[in-house]
Design a protein around this ligand. Structure first.
Ligand code: SF4
Ligand code: SF4
Length: 265
């Protein structure tokens, strides 16, 4: 068996990566697994964490959405990384992020990159929950060498701070809904002042509170931490399509801005 070494990803600012057997991946999307199998016979997955926290500052959207969409980062990473891995180890490599057939949090936990916190997110010892999970699938059989680094202390802070109580949905999901919001959803969104997403359960976690900032330059560029109607209106379609909130369309973001800063919805 071949031993994976993380130096390839380290050169992209990604410190936490490990190889796991494909058989250990919990498949949650058979269609995507079928697509993967049509391209190669998967034997291992190199799972990694791309940290995105760039420090605090005024924002009215979730931290993850401040820079350009992480899919843009992942695509450009995979374009360079996969040929490099192929040259180093032989075999074929296919990068996937979000479109992965496997449960990414479970895969990252199995790889020893962190643990699943009571807030449902991966917690890494250095970057807390402010990480994107990616995976590169390959027909190369790598040795499994997990490195367990963090743990959830079940302190209860995430559950106590979560505003999704008394029948309310997750605030992040409400900000991503299409169409008109109910009066209660409008009051809820206004109360927490979020135009996109919710970071509360990550922000209160003691591991995220001591999170280090990312060394990856991508997350410091083209930032739009504070959305306004004018900013969204003036974004070209191409620019808007590179944002994490673009998949819901401009109308949803505009509605949230109205709900948060103007009367009613
Ligand atoms: S994202 Fe916000 S609303 Fe959703 S579970 Fe976390 S704290 Fe609760
Ligand atoms: S806030 Fe506490 S209980 Fe919640 S994920 Fe973090 S350590 Fe675990």
């Amino acid at each position: 068996m071949i031993r994976y070494d993380n130096s390839d990803l380290l050169s992209y600012g990604i410190e936490y990566s490990a190889a796991i057997p494909f058989s250990a991946c919990k498949i949650i999307n058979e269609r995507k697994a079928g697509f993967l199998r049509s391209r190669l016979e998967p034997r291992s997955a190199i799972v990694f964490l791309a940290p995105y926290y760039t420090g605090d500052g005024e924002r009215n959207i979730s931290k993850y959405a401040v820079s350009e969409d992480y899919h843009v980062f992942m695509r450009s990473l995979f374009e360079k990384l996969c040929p490099e891995l192929c040259e180093k180890y032989g075999g074929s490599f296919i990068g996937m992020a979000d479109s992965s057939p496997a449960d990414e949090v479970s895969a990252a936990v199995y790889a020893g990159l962190g643990v699943r916190g009571d807030n449902g997110m991966i917690i890494n010892e250095k970057y807390g929950s402010y990480v994107f999970i990616g995976a590169v699938y390959t027909d190369v059989e790598f040795e499994y060498q997990p490195d367990r680094t963090a743990y959830c202390i079940h302190c209860g802070r995430c559950k106590a701070a979560c505003p999704a109580k008394n029948g309310r949905e997750c605030l992040s999901a409400v900000t991503q809904k299409k169409g008109a919001l109910t009066d209660d959803e409008i009051a809820y969104t206004k109360e927490y002042g979020s135009v996109w997403g919710c970071d509360i359960c990550a922000d209160v976690c003691p591991f995220s509170q001591k999170a280090e900032t990312t060394p990856i330059p991508f997350f410091y560029e083209n930032r739009t931490p504070y959305l306004t109607k004018e900013l969204i209106d003036n974004m070209s379609e191409e620019e808007f399509s590179r944002r994490a909130y673009s998949w819901r369309g401009k109308a949803v973001v505009m509605r949230n801005l109205t709900v948060t800063y103007e009367n009613g919805g």
